[in-house]
Each structure stands twice: as structure tokens, then as C-alpha cells.
Design a protein around this ligand. Structure first.
Ligand SMILES: Cc1cc2nc3c(=O)[nH]c(=O)nc-3n(C[C@H](O)[C@H](O)[C@H](O)COP(=O)(O)OP(=O)(O)OC[C@H]3O[C@@H](n4cnc5c(N)ncnc54)[C@H](O)[C@@H]3O)c2cc1C
Length: 594
């Protein structure tokens, strides 16, 4: 691996360390100008930019980069290439893309960030193509584009239904080509601060169980979403919101955490995603009476209304008794024909056959809504900078606020690559003003983490902490799911607090150091419990319905009181909630009609 590796004995300059140095003699400290935490699309795109600027950057990832959640993205990436004209023959534009995004966000997105993303979209898709991404093609050879929910044009560029897979592999090859160091299977445990700035982090090398230090001038968080805090999620098991928890513990605020996206079509039984591309290709939703029920909820956009609208509609059908036993509706693709399904949706077909025993060529696919995406995240400005100097965030873990209260499908992959690059540019620009590295604070941080792990391992109660994990995901889905009300949420908050209390006494059964996945998951759950409390408090305080946040007891959107971002920060053990204005601009808020 590149970078400077310094082996230090931990007894240097630290009284506590002297006592401990007998048991843990050495720690390794790695030095890079920029540390990127996360090897998904955001992290890889940023790393390429940093390397091309001649800076010494490195990636840390708790899994091999190609196992990052980005690899699972199916449907595509939005850009107003205009390769397929709209229904009225008109062509697409970045302004129309921005309009659909802001409307889809229920006017909570910051419009300067949306504008930047939409302006950069077309060159970003072309750039990926030049790097090697194999996009699906039209007959005339241009990049193919399909319709997606809430979009006025067929705007979503795709690689069959394996877009994330193709894009991530492309960027990984570029990374390889540049010999960018990757610390894979390293679990980051804390952000380190020195003189009011972030100057690195600590991480457990999962293979050995040793804690390493990483000293840097700047840190970029690219740690993805927190979907696994909810049961019934499309997300990878690794999506536990670690980056959010790390930021919180460093006293960096989170923003808009109440806005959690529930995707309308996840496979009944496993909640594996059935991409919106399936409806983009013409798939329709049917209830148990065989009715195309979206005609009642979104007469113009039908099955391609935005996700919040379709998810609520399905859930309403199920609650009112027009779903199938067990709680699902049907996604019918049979009329598309075998050729189209095999060409455009081969992965979807395979998943339906493997996990539901249904071949979509012949039979409808059983689907229900499930948690899918985190609109909220680490509070950053339009440059991806947090309030902590030297700490930046981009991608799903960040809330630069291009999605507001509800994300349009195809905009997230776009965000990862656009802002992965642009935030890296800002880090490059800021590099001269960041402080030179100092390893002393890193050494102290390593000792703190080892103390913490020692305390956890010494606890007497080896009760099953996975029960706590399951309980928290159920509470979140049932009390903070598609429909919310104050009684349910208040109950949920009490239950979260109880779980936090129980968890603080528990310890993993496995006390080994090497490959202790039990300890890693324990640390993930610790962060999940804190994030759950923040989601709960943010949702309880927002007394309106907007985008994905639907309150039965406050069914209307309330622009007078709530056209603002929720900002949450840790104050000791307590959570403080404040607000800040939404950045408006091109589009005045108005009622959303689809
Ligand atoms: C099934 C599915 C399909 C999707 N399809 C689409 C689509 O078609 N179009 C679209 O626009 N969006 C789609 N999305 C959303 C999109 O895929 C994600 O938002 C996006 O890929 C997130 O990328 P990222 O780089 O921010 O994070 P990720 O790809 O999630 O990567 C996070 C990285 O952080 C690392 N990490 C996390 N915690 C730690 C830690 N403590 N220590 C070290 N490393 C850590 C992980 O190892 C990983 O490398 C889909 C989402 C899902 C769930």
C-alpha cells in the first residue's frame, strides 16, 4: 500500500498508554494527504480525482470496494441527454431535470445543489462512458434512456438492470490503473481531531483485530446509507449508517434524518429490489381485484408517479383489504414479452425466479414497499464541507440536499459520481490551507478505541445483542414507516431508549481478535441505536406531511412552519434539534400533482 506507515509503540507521550503498553505493544499509523472512507461509487470517483491532482489519497472500506452497496444499483442514472424525445416530441434539458427533481423533493431540496447536479449530469454520463461503462444502446447507437418515476422525459441512462455493477467495476479498474491504495476490510471506529480540525481516523483491521491509525490533512466520508436500521429493506447488510454515527460522535450535525425513502416494489418475502426500471419499461401494478389501482392515486403519471406516492398507494391498498394475503400487490410484466424482459430486465427476472419462484415472463411478481434510501445525512454545504474543518462528505451518507423530502429514481447514482468528483475538487483546492499532519492525536485516539473495545469485551452480560438489532429494525419499520402518527412515534421513541439501555450492558460472545465479525456488528448496532433516536426525534418534531414523511395526524404540507431543514446534533448524550432554511431559487413551492 502507498503512504507512509509508521510503527509506533503506544507508550510514547501518554501516561495511560504506559500502563497498557505491555498488553498491546504496537500500533500502525498510516499517513496520506487525503483519507476517503468508503469504496462505493462516491469514494472511488473522489479517489480518482484526488490521485489525478497529484495528492496522496487512500480509501478505507469495511468490505472490498466491489462489494460496496453501489454494486447493487439496478435501474440507472439520470441525465438530460435527450436521446429519447418526450411524449410531445420535445427535448429534455437540465432545467427540466432540475424542475422534476425539486418537485419530486416536495420543494425541500436546496435548489443551488440541484442545479449543479443537473448541469453536470450529461458530461458525467459521457465521462463514465469514456472510462469504460457499457451503457445500453438505442438502435441508432446513442445511449439508451428509459422513463423513471416523477420524470417528465425518458431520462434514465442504464446498463440493462445492472447499472451500479457496471459503473462500480469501471471506476474500480480506473483506481487499479492509478495504483490508489485501498485498506479493505478495515472498519473505521472514530474520526480524530487536532486543533479544531479533522486530521484522520482510527480503524480496526478486521483480519487481525488490531486498531490502526490514519493521519491525514482531510477526510472524506463516503460511507453510504443507513437502510438497515429498518426491517424490510432493499439495502445491503453493511448499510448501517456508520459514517453518520462517526460524524455525530465528532459533533458534526446530521440533516433531514426523518426523510427515509420506501421503495414501492420490493420482492415479497425478501425485500430485494424490483427496480423502478421494471415500471419504466411498462410494468403495471395490480391489486387483488386485478385493478390497476394507480389510476385512482396518480391519474396522469400512473405507475410512474414518484416513489413516495406509489409506496403510499400500495400500502393503502393493502391496509384497505385489496392486497394479497401476507401484504403485497402484483407487479405485472407479462405483457412486455420475453424478448424485452430478457434484454432490459435480466437481473430482475433472475431475482424473481430465484427468490420468489416466479418467472415474470409468465406470471406477475409479488411486491410490497420496503425501506430503500436515506435522503438525510451528514450536514454539508454545496462544497461537501461539514462544520468541522478538514471533514467532508458526499454520496448517500451526506445531505447536500439534492433529494429533499423524496428522491427521484436515477438521481442517486448521479449524485455519487457528480459530487464524488466535485467534493474531491474542493478538497484539492483546500489542501494548501489544511494543517500538516501530526500523529500524536492519532496515537491517543487509538488508545481510546482500544480502551472502549476492552470495556465492551469486559462486560459480563453476553446476552444476544442480535435481538436488540432485530428489535430496533422492527420498531423503526412499524413506528417510523410509510405512515406515521404522534402516538406511535412517541411509543417508538420510548422503546428505542429502552433498547439503548439494554444494549449498554451487553457484550459480544466472541472475544477473539482476528475476524471478529461479532464485534464489528456490535459497533454497528451501537451507532444504529443512536441514529434511530435521531430519526425518531426529527420525525416527531416535523408536524406536517412532506415527501416520504407522511403523518396521519398532520396530513398537509405546511410551508409556513416547515419549509426548512431539520438539523440534529449530539449535546453530550442528548440530541438537540434545530432548523435551517431551504435554499430556494428557480422554482417556487407549489402543490405537487401527478
Ligand atoms: C437495491 C438498490 C438499487 C438501487 N438502484 C439505484 C439506481 O438504479 N439508480 C440510482 O440512482 N440509485 C440507486 N440506488 C441508490 C444508490 O445505489 C446508492 O445511493 C449509492 O450507490 C450509494 O453510493 P455511495 O458511494 O454513497 O455508498 P455505497 O456504495 O453504499 O458505499 C459505502 C462504502 O462505505 C464503506 N463503509 C461504510 N461504513 C464503513 C466503516 N465504518 N468503515 C469503513 N468503511 C465503511 C463501505 O464499505 C462501502 O465501501 C439503489 C439502491 C439500492 C438499495
Amino acid at each position: 500500500m502507498g503512504g507512509v506507515n509508521v510503527i509506533v509503540t503506544k507508550s510514547l507521550n501518554h501516561d495511560d498508554a504506559k500502563e497498557k503498553s505491555g498488553s498491546i505493544p504496537q500500533a500502525t499509523i498510516h499517513s496520506h494527504e487525503v483519507i476517503i472512507i468508503g469504496g462505493g461509487l462516491t469514494g472511488l470517483r473522489a479517489a480518482i480525482q484526488i490521485a489525478d491532482a497529484g495528492l496522496n489519497g487512500a480509501i478505507i472500506s469495511k468490505v472490498h470496494p466491489l462489494r460496496s452497496h453501489s454494486v447493487a444499483a439496478q435501474g440507472g442514472m439520470n441525465a438530460s441527454l435527450g436521446n429519447v424525445p418526450g411524449e410531445d416530441g420535445k427535448n429534455d434539458s437540465w432545467e427540466m431535470h432540475a424542475y422534476d427533481t425539486v418537485k419530486g423533493s416536495d420543494y425541500l431540496a436546496d435548489q443551488d445543489a440541484v442545479e449543479l447536479m443537473c448541469r453536470e449530469a450529461t458530461s458525467t454520463v459521457i465521462e463514465l462512458e469514456h472510462m469504460g461503462t457499457v451503457w445500453s444502446r438505442l438502435e441508432n447507437g446513442k445511449i439508451a434512456q428509459r422513463p423513471f418515476g416523477g420524470a417528465g422525459f425518458p431520462r434514465t441512462c442504464y446498463a440493462a438492470d445492472r447499472t451500479g455493477h457496471n459503473a462500480l467495476n469501471t471506476l474500480y479498474e480506473q483506481l487499479f490503473d492509478r495504483d490508489i491504495p485501498v485498506y479493505e476490510e478495515f472498519f473505521v471506529t472514530s474520526l480524530v481531531q487536532d486543533r479544531g480540525r479533522c486530521n484522520g481516523c482510527t480503524a480496526i483491521d478486521i483480519k487481525t483485530g488490531n486498531v490502526h491509525g490514519f493521519v491525514s490533512k482531510a477526510v472524506l466520508m463516503a460511507t453510504g446509507g443507513f437502510g438497515r436500521i429498518f426491517s424490510r429493506s432493499t439495502n445491503a447488510l453493511i448499510n448501517t449508517g456508520d459514517g453518520h454515527a462517526l460524524a455525530l460522535n465528532a459533533c458534526v450535525p446530521l440533516k433531514d434524518m426523518e426523510f427515509v425513502q420506501f421503495h414501492p416494489t420490493t420482492l415479497y418475502g425478501t425485500n430485494i429490489l424490483m427496480s423502478e426500471g421494471a415500471r419504466g419499461e411498462g410494468g403495471i401494478l395490480l391489486n387483488s381485484n386485478g385493478e390497476r389501482f394507480m389510476e385512482h392515486y396518480a391519474p396522469n403519471s400512473l405507475d410512474l408517479a414518484p416513489r413516495d406516492v406509489v409506496a403510499r398507494s400500495i400500502e393503502t391498498e393493502i391496509r384497505e383489504g385489496r392486497g394479497f394475503d401476507g401484504g403485497y400487490v402484483n407487479l405485472d410484466l407479462t405483457h412486455l414479452g420475453a424478448d424485452r424482459i430478457m434484454e432490459r430486465l435480466p437481473g430482475i427476472r433472475q431475482i424473481a425466479m430465484d427468490f420468489a419462484g416466479v418467472d415474470p415472463i409468465d406470471d406477475p411478481v409479488p411486491v410490497q414497499p420496503g425501506q430503500h434510501y436515506s435522503m438525510g445525512g451528514i450536514d454539508v454545504d454545496i462544497n461537501g464541507a461539514t462544520i468541522l474543518l478538514g471533514l467532508y462528505a458526499a454520496g448517500e451518507c451526506a445531505c447536500i440536499s439534492v433529494h429533499g423530502a423524496n428522491r427521484l429514481g436515477g438521481n442517486s447514482l448521479l449524485e455519487t459520481v457528480v459530487y464524488g468528483r466535485l467534493v474531491a475538487d474542493k478538497i484539492i483546492e483546500d489542501n494548501p490551507i489544511h494543517l500538516e499532519q501530526d500523529i500524536e492525536p492519532i496515537k491517543l485516539a487509538i488508545i481510546d478505541i482500544e480502551d472502549k473495545i476492552g470495556d465492551i469485551m469486559d462486560r459480563k452480560d453476553n446476552g444476544n445483542f442480535f435481538r436488540v438489532k432485530n428489535a430496533i429494525t422492527d420498531i423503526m419499520f412499524n413506528k417510523f414507516g410509510i405512515f406515521r402518527d404522534s402516538d406511535g412515534m412517541d411509543e417508538g421513541l420510548v422503546e428505542i431508549k429502552n433498547l439503548q439501555e439494554q444494549f449498554s450492558k451487553l457484550s459480544p460472545i466472541n472475544k477473539e481478535k482476528p475476524f471478529n465479525q461479532s464485534l464489528i456488528q456490535f459497533l454497528e448496532v451501537e451507532g444504529m441505536l443512536k441514529l434511530a433516536e435521531i430519526i425518531a426525534l426529527s420525525a416527531i418534531e416535523r408536524k406536517e406531511s412532506r415527501g416520504s414523511h407522511t403523518r396521519i395526524d398532520h396530513p398537509e404540507r405546511d410551508d409556513v412552519n416547515f419549509l426548512k431543514h431539520t438539523v440534529s446534533i449530539l449535546n453530550g448524550e442528548e440530541v438537540d434539534i434545530t432548523y435551517k432554511p431551504v435554499i430556494l431559487g428557480m422554482f417556487e413551492p407549489k402543490e405537487r400533482v401527478y
